[in-house]
Design a protein around this ligand. Structure first.
Ligand SMILES: [Zn+2]
Length: 483
């Protein structure tokens, strides 16, 4: 009658008694968590350790739009942070990165040729079913080589070189003060001192009327422009040396940095697409070479009306992960499509018990160490925890050995309701189990709020109105005349 008559919440945990007691035993079972050391991708494309994340933080999540079957990126608020103590874990690894999680944690994977669906970590390798390939994105840390590259890319995009009385100096003008502040700080980190950032208006800069800006539609004479000039001879020499580096010989991190500096200078992000504008042939060529070395796909086109050359990047999210710009408006991921090219087979090994945590986010998922992971559905955790605590109390208060044979055989979900099978118990424990099972009929399995029996494709689950709506379940009449 029912495709899904039982879903194992936990395997047999009778063996865990008596050491540590029942409530302690519960802590060793999955409930879908990941290592607290994992790096979570935040909505500004930075990374934060899972253990440092707070309620209200914005992470990147995936969602489906309307009736579409493709996933899109969106920023997703953290609604809850759960610490779950020590749990048995596995490590999954591919060429991009690795993640430590409980074996039952769900990971977004490409299962058939064009279908992304959730798979438990332990089921990613299954010799009877076609191997699942988890979606995974590369992630990087920023090194000093990256920032050298960023300075170079920014200067080659927006900077200028002036020869004055046989001395060369470098300068950059920008309407974004932040860009120049970061530039100044990063130069200082590298031991290069710069003068203060100057402030001028457009009309002050162009007062001799030599600029084409005056003709432009967006001419705003009172807009502030920030200027940073680099005069020191050895600093100028150093930066010119970076500028002349050939992409083929530069370090990988330098190229990533160069591209992010260049996107900060010349890139534009509209409707989930990144376009890089450039008219100088040599620099355009350099940009193309770097995109090719980093294996970032792009197409090259020329505007008919303005003679402007542009490069359009066809995997913008990948580009932003490789080359994260400083400016917030150039790294908006909202509505970017998720490309399935980033699916690779993984290796799985046992890791033993580790400290684990989980998040609840608006989208129900988030990105940890590059893998898209699902929130844990632990709505019944409290219920089970309480039940185990109460059973333990009964056992502890029964000194006559009559409960020595007590064991838990199986705990699972059956027809959308908790099924707790135990042996060797007395009537007091029997009542506690009945009470917990009855309570589960009104408790959302996903979040623990008040819920009722619902169905999706023949699968029964008890869910709250919110999760019925968001996960596509339909309310049904319960068959038991529940008290
Ligand atoms: Zn719920």
């Amino acid at each position: 009658m029912n495709k899904r008559n039982s879903r194992k919440l936990m395997k047999d945990f009778a063996f865990l008694r008596p050491q540590g007691g029942l409530t302690q035993s519960l802590m060793y079972f999955g409930f879908e968590c990941i290592s607290q050391e994992s790096n979570i991708l935040m909505s500004d494309l930075s990374f934060k350790k899972l253990e440092d994340i707070k309620i209200g933080d914005e992470v990147i999540g995936l969602c489906k739009q309307g009736t579409g079957k493709h996933y899109h990126l969106t920023s997703s608020k953290v609604l809850a942070v759960k610490r779950k103590g020590l749990r048995a874990c596995v490590q999954i690894t591919n060429q991009n990165n690795s993640l430590i999680c409980t074996p039952d944690h769900k990971i977004l994977s490409r299962v058939y040729d064009d279908c992304l669906s959730w798979r438990e970590a332990f089921a990613l390798k299954n010799k009877y079913v076609k191997e699942a390939r988890p979606l995974s994105f590369p992630f990087f840390t920023t090194s000093s080589e990256f920032w050298k590259g960023w300075i170079t890319g920014l200067m080659q995009g927006d900077g200028y070189k002036i020869n004055h009385r046989q001395r060369i100096y470098l300068g950059i003008k920008s309407k974004d003060k932040l860009l120049l502040e970061v530039l100044r700080a990063k130069l200082e980190d590298l031991g290069i001192q710069c003068p203060k950032i100057k402030e001028k208006t457009w009309s002050q800069i162009n007062k001799h009327g030599r600029s084409f800006f005056k003709k432009a539609k967006y001419w705003k004479p009172n807009r502030t422009i920030y200027i940073l000039n680099i005069y020191r001879k050895n600093a100028v020499f150093e930066i010119l040396k970076w500028m002349s580096l050939l992409p083929q010989t530069a370090a990988f991190d330098f190229l990533r940095g160069w591209l992010s500096g260049f996107v900060d200078a010349e890139g534009s992000l509209t409707q989930g697409k990144i376009t890089i504008f450039q008219n100088e042939g040599e620099i355009l060529e350099k940009c193309k070479q770097i995109l090719r070395i980093l294996e970032l796909p792009f197409s090259d086109f020329k505007y008919k009306t303005s003679h402007l050359h542009a490069l359009s990047c066809s995997n913008p999210f990948q580009l932003l992960l490789y080359a994260t710009p400083v400016l917030a408006r150039k790294k908006q991921i909202e509505n970017m499509a998720v490309k399935q090219k980033n699916c690779f087979p993984v290796k799985i090994i046992d890791k033993g018990k580790m400290e684990v945590m989980d998040l609840t986010t608006e989208t129900g998922n988030f990105i940890a160490n590059g893998y898209v992971v699902h929130n844990c559905d632990d709505g019944w955790m409290d219920l089970l925890y309480k039940l185990c605590k109460e059973i333990q109390r009964v056992i502890d208060n029964t000194p006559d050995h009559s409960l020595d044979g007590f064991s838990v055989m199986q705990v699972k979900e059956k027809f959308g309701e908790l099924a707790f099978y135990a042996g060797g118990y007395n009537s007091e424990i029997g009542e506690l189990i009945d009470k917990a099972e009855r309570k589960s009929r009104h408790t959302c399995e996903i979040c623990g709020k008040r819920g009722s029996l619902s169905v999706k494709g023949g699968w029964y689950r008890t869910v709250c109105p919110y999760h019925r709506r968001t996960r596509g379940y339909m309310k049904v009449k319960p068959w038991h005349k529940g008290k």
